[in-house]
Design a protein around this ligand. Structure first.
Ligand SMILES: CC(C)(COP(=O)(O)OP(=O)(O)OC[C@H]1O[C@@H](n2cnc3c(N)ncnc32)[C@H](O)[C@@H]1OP(=O)(O)O)[C@@H](O)C(=O)NCCC(=O)NCCS
Length: 153
């Protein structure tokens, strides 16, 4: 019998931030965003900061969208799923949902950057229709390469 899990996606609220931080730390370690960043993002983009929870209310993952200063550009800034919840469709569902919200903002394109060696994320985004448009060898710091992916709407 296949076990089906319940995944609920909704906007993050302040009371969720500690749990989001726990996922962030577990997934990204010392490369993670900090609590100040997440708190301010909540003020800036309350409808573009989504979390996935399970039936028990645990935060399984989150996705962070943003709008460019040029408001026809949407961004996916970050996506993370906790180690116990991967390979259950959470990352794909969060991506589907943030794309829907961003499309509702009437953007013409959605951009993101990803480590080209991150095959799981690259495949996930490519399945959504993202294509590589650029790359930077030192995007965050020397030797930290990222490719820029775009979904044209
Ligand atoms: C990338 C990430 C968000 C995917 O989350 P997820 O919830 O496991 O994704 P899904 O369950 O929706 O799986 C998407 C696909 O990836 C595959 N996949 C997920 N984890 C995998 C793994 N460890 N090994 C192989 N394939 C994997 C799934 O099988 C699925 O493929 P399918 O659609 O062909 O069945 C998650 O692995 C993660 O948080 N990684 C670390 C942070 C990161 O890389 N974020 C993106 C940075 S831009």
């Amino acid at each position: 019998m296949t076990k089906t899990i319940e995944i609920n996606v909704r906007p993050c609220v302040k009371a969720d931030l500690e749990k989001v931080m726990a996922v962030e730390r577990a997934v990204y370690g010392d490369q993670c965003y900090n609590q100040y960043f997440f708190r301010q993002v909540l003020d800036l983009y309350p409808n573009l900061f989504l979390i996935a929870t399970n039936q028990a209310g645990h935060v399984m993952g989150y996705v962070l969208g943003a709008l460019g200063e040029d408001a026809n550009k949407g961004w996916i800034l970050s996506l993370a799923v906790g180690q116990f919840y991967t390979k259950q469709g959470v990352g794909s569902l969060l991506t589907d949902q943030i794309l829907e919200v961003l499309k509702g903002k009437n953007v013409d394109e959605i951009l993101l950057t990803v480590d080209p060696e991150n095959d799981i994320a690259m495949n996930l985004y490519e399945r959504q229709g993202f294509v590589e448009i650029d790359s930077e060898g030192d995007y965050y710091q020397p030797d930290e390469k990222r490719v820029v992916l775009r979904l044209e709407l």
